[in-house]
Design a protein around this ligand. Structure first.
Ligand code: ADP
Ligand code: MG
Length: 292
């Protein structure tokens, strides 16, 4: 594209809240045939709330919530924030924790009130030899509702399951519909479990889901799609998304996301609305049409 047409398109984008960092990004966006969307904070609002507490024998809901909130108190994960806020909302004080340890993409480990507590995925608990059969049955029911199930074990024994729900953004389905009409396939990528991810995908009309992807493997999934011959856009907001944004042909950061994601991206959607992805593609198509 000519420098002038790039300037015009960049200006139009800026007025629509779409910051295009380079001429190259503008020139590549029209070739995108696949857009990968991070689930939490991108398709969903990223403001999870605790909805259910299921307890195993020997625990009360408040007792378990105080322990789990204690284990999560030092975690920066949005799920942790939801659990700690819910505990405080019920007038509980998170139990005091020592030896806090965060296991990226899986959960947390801590000693709470002198008791070892493990909070996170079935895989995290299973890896330490805890029998999660009963908890996963409950967890699957929550997941089918699109909720994230957080499993807890205390002193090596299953203690309960907390359900956390994150509502999809009001305009996500429309934005994904707009991409489909442009002939672009959409894929949701997440560290969350497959059942939860599929329930969310169904709500917004996304057919393909890449679930239980550890943060460090998100970029590998982008490269795998590229090896299939696809030209891939990636939309994300979190620190963990930065390598995938950089690996994509066009990385798009949600403007309400982390600085790390914005720095790794080629395009920033200032308003935080996913509809900016289709707008960016249309701008690119118009610009590239003009020069031919
Ligand atoms: P996402 O891709 O949705 O941002 P993450 O990679 O951050 O997800 O985490 C993947 C999964 O690991 C979460 O869905 C959750 O089940 C579990 N997990 C991670 N951190 C925590 C935590 N602090 N407390 C409970 N569960 C956690
Ligand atoms: Mg995330």
């Amino acid at each position: 594209a000519t420098p002038l047409s790039v300037m015009v398109a960049t200006g139009k984008g800026a007025r629509a809240g779409i910051l295009i960092r380079s001429a190259e990004a503008l020139e590549t966006a029209h070739k995108l045939d696949t857009v990968v969307l991070d689930k939490t904070g991108t398709v969903t609002a990223g403001k999870p709330e605790l909805t259910d507490v299921h307890t195993a024998d020997g625990f009360t809901a408040d007792g378990l919530l105080a322990l789990v909130a204690g284990a999560e108190a030092d975690s920066e994960h949005p799920l942790a924030g939801a659990i700690v806020a819910a505990a405080r909302g019920r007038g509980l004080t998170p139990a005091s924790a020592t030896a806090f340890d965060s296991v990226t993409g899986l959960g947390v480990r801590a000693t709470v009130d002198g008791r070892p507590v493990l909070v996170g995925t079935a895989r995290l608990l299973g890896d330490t030899g805890i029998d999660t059969a009963q908890l996963t049955t409950v967890a699957e029911e929550f997941a089918a509702q699109g909720k994230t199930a957080v499993l807890a074990a205390v002193e090596g024994r299953p203690a309960g399951v907390l359900a956390v729900a994150d509502t999809v953004k009001q305009d996500s389905a429309a934005a994904i519909g707009a991409l489909r009409r442009l002939g672009i396939d959409t894929v949701i990528i997440t560290g969350d479990n497959a059942r939860t991810a599929k329930a969310v995908a169904a709500q917004v009309g996304v057919e393909r889901v890449l679930a239980e992807v550890l943060p460090r493997h998100k970029a590998d999934e982008i490269r795998r799609l590229q090896r299939e011959g696809r030209v891939v856009g990636m939309v994300g907001d979190g620190i963990n998304d930065a390598p995938a944004l950089a690996a994509a042909d066009v990385g798009l950061a949600i403007g309400t996301g982390t600085d790390v994601a914005i720095e790794a991206a080629d395009i920033t959607l200032i308003s935080g609305s996913l509809s900016g992805v289709a707008t960016a593609v249309r701008l690119s198509r118009a610009t590239m049409r003009n020069i031919r």
